[in-house]
Design a protein around this ligand. Structure first.
Ligand code: MLT
Length: 270
């Protein structure tokens, strides 16, 4: 068990003040890990306990209203608001920039961080994420899941998502871990995340401006961030590396922790 530290975040144009739990392990330069939806820092447990901690001070953030971070009461978790949280964590733990790793929604947050405060970013790992905005069909799906959580509860939402989150062959323990995280997520956070995801801007037009070293990680069987789209994203970022992890769905760091760590280690050691 890693005892969390807490970082206070000031109110901003994007939302209220917040208190964030951050889970720190390892040694060396700072690397922050930003989780996806409907998850929390525990999606990074294998990463925190693996070989990367020999090379970086790994900081797994609980975004506001997730994991051990209390809710701020904001009705919308815009990606810009969550990026403000990540920026506050980097500033509180380092005098300089950090290596930044984001999975899916965490990747959308990282794009917003790059747009707002690129000086805080030393390098990027974008895993199982997308640069496009939601289509109307995806937005309608988010509206439906907001209704589901209100009428049927969190379990129904995560049960509906699981086939898209994990590869069909994934270890049942992973299903249990994902369900546990989703069931711990307050309904208010599920709604605020869904609203923020729905209105997030496209970032395809920003990719060419990314000037820090970048690794794009895809899961071979990812049903949310397809491989071809991830490859196109990497092609659009100057000098980006691309790796596709075989047999993985949307949660590659949980599904193939050793292969994920090895890809990130190789990238950080470049
Ligand atoms: C995530 O894993 O963070 C979500 O699947 C992102 C999304 O729904 O777009």
């Amino acid at each position: 068990m890693i005892t969390p530290h807490f970082v206070d975040v000031d109110a901003s144009a994007h939302g209220r003040a917040a208190r964030l739990a951050v889970h720190v392990v390892g040694k060396g330069p700072l690397a922050v890990l930003v989780h996806g939806y409907p998850l929390d820092h525990r999606m990074w447990l294998d990463t925190l306990h693996g070989p990367l901690a020999q090379h970086r001070t790994l900081v797994a953030i609980d975004l506001r209203g997730h994991g051990e971070s209390p809710s701020s009461g904001d009705a919308v978790h815009s990606m810009e608001l969550l990026a403000h949280d990540v920026a506050a964590v980097i500033r509180s733990l380092s005098d300089g920039p950090a290596d930044v790793v984001g999975l899916s929604m965490g990747g959308y947050v990282v794009f917003a961080l790059w747009a707002a405060e690129p000086q805080l970013v030393r390098s990027l790992v974008l895993t199982n994420t997308r640069a496009v905005a939601d289509t109307e069909a995806v937005r309608a799906g988010r509206d439906a899941s907001m209704l589901t959580v209100i009428e049927q509860g969190r379990r129904a939402v995560v049960e509906g998502m699981l086939p898209k989150l994990l590869a069909p062959t994934a270890d049942p323990m992973l299903r249990a871990r994902v369900i546990t995280m989703a069931e711990n997520l307050p309904v208010e956070s599920i709604l605020a995340d869904a609203r923020g995801l729905k209105v997030r801007p496209e970032r395809v037009s920003m990719l060419a401006t990314i000037t820090v070293p970048t690794l794009v990680v895809a899961g071979e069987l990812d049903a949310i961030a397809p491989v071809a789209e991830a490859q196109a994203m990497a092609d659009a970022i100057p000098g980006a590396r691309f790796v596709c992890l075989r047999g993985c769905g949307h949660l590659a760091p949980m599904e193939a922790p050793a292969a994920f760590a090895s890809a990130v280690r190789g990238f950080w050691a470049r």
